[in-house]
Design a protein around this ligand. Structure first.
Ligand SMILES: [Zn+2]
Length: 150
């Protein structure tokens, strides 16, 4: 999971504000619960607050009963990385964009291996859907592969 590689650059500040130990992994259950519970966003610097709000809005909004521990945040994050790639950013630019937008630190090498893994999964989906006569699905999948690999 690519989400498991994502760390908050300002995790220490979040921890200090929460008043208890929180791992710096952005999608760690303890971190997700901390920033969605009674958390005083106003006490953070403007830039950090903005990044956390972006994180909240883009990854933590879902109506699952057990949100944010429902798996949606991790899936949305993976989707975001793919989208950035399909919009033409390379793995270094994706790493930089995630840092600017969300204060997330993730190694470009981790982004790259995630994108490579994703292509392999998509290739498998494309093969299976072709075998099952799902031409529409295999064409869609091939288009994603083309956009990621270019
Ligand atoms: Zn959910």
């Amino acid at each position: 999971m690519i989400a498991n590689r994502a760390r908050f650059r300002h995790a220490k500040k979040i921890e200090r504000l929460a008043g208890y130990r929180v791992p710096d992994l952005a999608f760690h259950p303890a971190m997700l619960e901390t920033i969605t519970a009674r958390f005083n966003y106003d006490a953070l610097d403007f830039a950090i607050r903005q990044q956390l709000l972006n994180f909240f809005n883009d990854f933590l909004r879902c109506s699952c009963k057990n949100s944010p521990l429902c798996g949606c945040p991790e899936k949305k994050f993976a989707k975001k990385v793919i989208e950035l790639r399909e919009n033409g950013l390379d793995h270094r630019q994706i790493s930089a964009a995630l840092s600017d937008e969300y204060g997330i630190e993730i190694f470009p090498a981790d982004v790259l291996s995630f994108l490579e893994d994703s292509v392999h999964v998509l290739e498998a989906i494309s093969d299976v859907s072709r075998l099952q006569g799902r031409q529409d699905l295999s064409e869609k999948t091939d288009e994603h592969i083309r956009l990621i690999e270019r």
